[in-house]
Design a protein around this ligand. Structure first.
Ligand code: IMP
Length: 432
């Protein structure tokens, strides 16, 4: 078994780093795609023929016909949403259910999870700015040991009982938040209906993945969200409720760390964040607006404008450390072509002095920190045609060389445009 056959792709910032395109390129040679964390909070735009579809639960790798696609046990899955996504793809001729394998240990996400998430967001004025998909409450149930797993779809009466007791536990919260407690039937019926489609897809997925790795199949573990949204390592409490870092692939898919040989971190050439929480390099000026427009920085599903800012190298070094990055994929470099000059955060000034580290230990620390910027010249010429580093303008080259050197992780690829071929590939995946 060669660990180099197992690659984790992970967002190195706050999500939306352009993982879809990188995964698309990487899956050209993959024989298995695994998603390991989160749920329908992710949103990636995929192109099926000429049609644009947005997938939330299914990973980007689902578009490769004949390649098994696994939803691992680290996920929380709303069955109706999953069946809906399969339907959308099928309507466009991609019968993805044939390639899909769903963990029977992944947790079911019910309508009351979504209800509580929405009510809480309303009550706090959207302080966290969640996606309102019920992710937090579903993981709360999992950790509280009253979650219901997909395997129970095989036993409807047991499922109904477990839902009844979980719902009873949530009822006081729902009432206190001004909501109406749904009936058990209203919760369970749509789940059982969707279950008819999902039952044949349920498997013990960690065994399936292990068998594939033992057979030296090339496996891609597709992360969702990003490092700084990880529940343990992100800007807590402004995080999602799952382990979105590379280590999450081990727990969320059920593979040992020694089986994974490569971890590729994806970062934009600048930074974005959706929802609340600290963002020290945020640009609240018209420069930020220009980045938003040039980069099309609006949520794939909600259209929510993303917050924009300069690249944060201490943040990237942090991502390199907690994920153990072996490669860096830099996306959306072309978006910076409109900038006369480009700032990049190289350190932080804190009450204790200057530090090369991102102060993520507490909210107070990160709020007190001031980014120290270094300014680079822009290049003001289109770069979409570049297919090698040598073809980039000297100023763009200086910028990315500086990133690579500061993060201390080799660049695997640089994306210079939205199209598939608008990419400088420096190290092809699975070519050890
Ligand atoms: P939740 O995951 O819906 O609970 O949201 C928690 C935080 O994570 C919010 O700030 C969301 O905007 C953010 N978030 C969740 N999923 C994504 C994603 O796929 N991309 C970017 N941000 C996300």
């Amino acid at each position: 078994m060669n660990p180099k056959n197992a690659i984790v792709i992970v967002g190195a910032q706050w999500g939306d780093e352009g993982k879809g395109k990188v995964v698309d390129l990487f899956t050209e040679r993959a024989e298995l795609v695994v998603r390991y964390a989160g749920g329908a909070n992710a949103g990636h735009t995929l192109y099926v023929g000429n049609d644009k579809v947005v997938m939330r639960l299914l990973p980007s790798g689902i578009l490769r016909e004949g390649i098994p696609c696994v939803l691992g046990q680290g996920m929380v899955i709303d069955p109706s949403a999953l069946v809906g996504e399969l339907g959308e793809l099928a309507a466009r001729g991609r019968h993805a259910a044939r390639d899909l394998i769903v963990s029977d240990r992944a947790h079911l996400l019910f309508s009351y999870h979504q209800l509580v998430d929405g009510l809480r967001e309303k009550a706090t004025g959207g302080a966290i700015g969640t996606t309102k998909r019920g992710i937090g409450p579903a993981y709360e149930d999992k950790i509280a040991r009253r979650g219901v797993r997909l395997g129970l779809l095989r036993h409807p009466s047991r499922l109904r009982e477990e839902v009844a007791s979980a719902l009873a536990a949530w009822a006081p919260t729902i009432v206190a938040l001004g909501g109406e407690v749904p009936t058990v039937d209203a919760v369970v019926e749509p789940v059982l209906r969707a279950g008819e489609t999902l039952l044949p897809l349920l498997r013990e997925t960690s065994l399936f993945v292990d068998d594939a790795l033992r057979a030296d199949k090339r496996a891609l573990f597709e992360g969702a969200q990003g490092t700084l949204l990880d529940v343990d390592h992100g800007t807590y409490p402004f995080v999602t409720s799952s382990s979105s870092i590379a280590g999450g692939a081990c727990t969320g898919a059920g593979v040992g760390p020694a089986r994974i040989g490569e971890v590729i971190g994806i970062t934009k050439a600048y930074t974005t964040r959706v929802g609340g929480g600290p963002f020290p390099t945020e640009l609240l000026s018209d420069v930020g607006e220009r980045l938003r427009q040039a980069g099309g920085e609006f949520g794939a599903v909600t259209g929510r404008p993303r917050r924009t800012g300069w690249l944060d190298l201490p943040g990237l070094r942090y991502a390199a450390r907690v994920n153990g990055l072996t490669g860096l994929a830099l996306t959306k470099l072309d978006v910076l072509s409109t900038m006369a000059s480009i700032d990049v955060c190289v350190a932080y000034d804190t009450p204790e002095g200057r530090t090369p580290h991102l102060p993520v230990d507490s909210l107070a620390d990160v709020e007190a920190a001031r980014p120290v910027f270094r300014t680079f010249d822009g290049w003001s010429t289109p770069i979409e045609g570049a297919r090698s580093l040598a073809e980039l303008p000297a100023a763009a080259r200086r910028y990315i060389d500086f990133i690579e050197e500061s993060v201390g992780v080799p660049l695997s690829l640089v994306s210079v445009g939205p199209r598939r071929d608008e990419t400088i590939v420096l190290r092809s995946p699975f070519t050890h």
